[in-house]
Design a protein around this ligand. Sequence first.
Ligand code: UD1
Length: 429
Amino acid sequence: MDRIRIVGGSKLNGTIPISGAKNAALPLMIAGLLTEETLILDNVPRLADVAQLQRVLGNHGVDITSVGKRPGDHAYQGQTLHISAANIIDTTAPYELVSKMRASFWVIAPLLARMHEAKVSLPGGCAIGTRPVDLLIMALEKLGAEIAIDGGYVIAKAPGGLTGATIDFPKVTVSGTHVAVMAATLAKGTTVITNAACEPEILDVADCLNAMGARVSGAGTPRIVIEGVARLHGARHTVLPDRIETGTYAIAVAMTGGDVQLAGARPELLQSALDVLTQAGAVVTPNNEGIRVVRSGAGLQPVTVSTAPFPGFPTDLQAQLMALMACAGGASQITETIFENRFMHVQELARFGARISLDGETATIDGIARLRGAPVMATDLRASVSLVIAGLAAEGETMVNRVYHLDRGFERLEDKLSACGATIERISG
Ligand code: UD1
């Protein structure tokens, strides 16, 4: 199993290219199931989760080819995928495939909408809380699906096709919103979704669906209206930049000090996180090429932050912010409101000497002057990158074990950081 070795203490200086967003690329690839024509996606990150979804889609008979960079492309541009679901040969998504990544469960929506049936294993993915799918099932039932759960599988049928409906989510859910929007594109009549997730990835997918001939309006707001159409066609769409990768590197620079240009980043996708970093003492400057983050000599200020649905502070940056606050000049408080039990990184950060106490959903972090490198264990995707950030700033050597979690969501992490002066290497085997 690969490990990552870091020798901390170097400032980060240079340019980090920001990849396409994992959390948009995955639902966009799944949207390819909605049409028999080819969907071309540009700027898809090369990640283990993308490769895993290719296997899931391949099992349904989807043909996917990958095209690399073309001359003149920016360094941050990812691969281009040509996704063709001309023939869906199987409407079952088996346990062996779906258990590896939660988002693969979302194939249930396009399969049901286009093929009128789907049998999908209950999902797996990061161990951050119970993460049920009850709201996804509720949305599909509202659209007229008959749903049974048997032997660990969700079996969904809509013999006459789906029908437009009103779907009012009792809590904001990204997965529920993606599933409801995708399913409604091919439903008969109008669907109105209220209390929809407003995450930028929802809007990115809606833009792509509209380019495919769907009629989705209001995406990016809590009220989304979808006029169902009989069929969708092929399209070409570019995946938006990854706001979580952007925020992660911005936090890394705030932590180590230095001056880094995050090339291709879009500040409006993570304004709340950039505001928190500014409050903590980083200088954040949007410019034509992305976002520049600078932190010079001055110490870090403590902050009080609660995670919240977009446009609030993202839960996917909570662990990274906690690493940063471990070195602030005072006590910070971070409250996690989205996922229960998303504090697995706390005990690992403690190995660096971080002083963190937990009370329910709130962590209090008493900043110390300097962390000390340590052997640590990656537990989930975002938690594991918080350990890398801590290691970059810590004195001495850090060894991060179980880095496959990182490979799920961060493209060429060690290359990007070492190009900016970090001492970080992958040890294979
Ligand atoms: C997505 C993101 C993930 C991010 C999260 C919140 C992807 C691939 N993943 O995850 O990185 O951390 O949004 O921004 O885009 N819930 C239910 N019932 C359901 C569905 C969700 O109770 O049927 C709960 C969840 O347990 C959680 C909350 O709703 O407490 C939010 O979950 P959701 O927004 O759906 O997260 P994901 O889409 O899984």
